[in-house]
Ligand binder design. Sequence first.
Ligand code: SF4
Length: 75
Amino acid sequence: MSNPLDRNPENVPGSFYVDNTCIDCDICRGSAPQFFTRWDDGGYSIVHTQPVTEEEIAQAMEAMEGCPSESIGRE
Ligand code: SF4
C-alpha cells in the first residue's frame, strides 16, 4: 500500500502521488500519460499533472488500481 510519507519528491503537489516503491513497470504511464511520466534520473514514475475534473480523477484512480506494486496513492 502506498505511503504519502514516501512520495517521490518529483511529484507535482496535489492529492495523487507515486511513492518510492514504484517498480518502473510502465503501466500507469501507458494507461494515463496525461498524469504520469517517468523520472529518468531515478528510474521511477511520478505524477506530472494532477487530475482536476471528475473524469480525470476517475482515470487516475483507474491507473492507481492497476499499479501492480500499489505505489500510486491519493491523499
Ligand atoms: S504502475 Fe505503479 S509500478 Fe508501474 S510505473 Fe506506475 S507507479 Fe510504477
